[in-house]
Design a protein. Sequence first.
Length: 293
Amino acid sequence: MSNRRTNVDALGHAHAPAGPGARIVSLVPSLTELIFDLGLGERLVGRTGFCIHPRDALRAVPKVGGTKDVKVDVLKALAPTHLIVNIDENRKETVDELAAFVPHVIVTHPCTPADNLQLYRLFGSVFDCEAAAERLCTALQSALDDAAALRAGLADEAVLYLIWRQPWMTVARGTYIAAMLETVGWRTLPEEAQTRYPVFEWPLAEQAGRVFLSSEPYRFKESHLAEVEALGKRPATLIDGEMVSWYGSRAVAGLRYLIALRRRLAGLVADQRSGAAAGASVSALKRSGVITR
């Protein structure tokens, strides 16, 4: 167990136990998924249109707009007791407006995969699901340990991670995406950037060993591989953006996905698709009770 207080959010605010009558609105897609994986789905009364997992269960949960364009009146009518927000994904001015009538605003800001340990424990402490939170912590720590062992046996590799096309955009090293990739030894380019999601010129790819084409926010497809390889003069590979950018409970399967992908591309596993390996890890988590849906 971490020595840090488990009920403190990213702004240092302590949160008392919510009790069984909590009414939660989540403005963060990956944390909406975490709420269900912690067994709290029945307490979720509102979510954004970008909250898409778990699909079937979310059909019954009202939408309150987007992560940035929240419909304040709709959210207020739901009478939430708790609002889940994120420093990067939600506008401060919007959160301040909502805080005028939502009693408890839980602010999150995981910057690395390991930060999810505190996130799990925060939700576990506030919403009385400590056992489920600790199961996720155990699963995540195991994945972090396996990623560290893999990285110790391979040289780090510079990569260029594409998130947009025309203009071509990538991620800065200070992002959660870059931290996830670095966990398995993939260091993103550029080394320094003025913005979190910089536009780049193709000579940058000359410093990379590989170019990744993410499935979000731009949906790169196999048809883009030849174009990118011609422009970058480097091998190009499709990558599941949700597995790399979604924190919360998805971090466990995301790390397993990246471990399998790194092993395959390094030639450590012959003829094994990383996507299948990630799917197997999600199934295993559900069978073991770590993920409840």
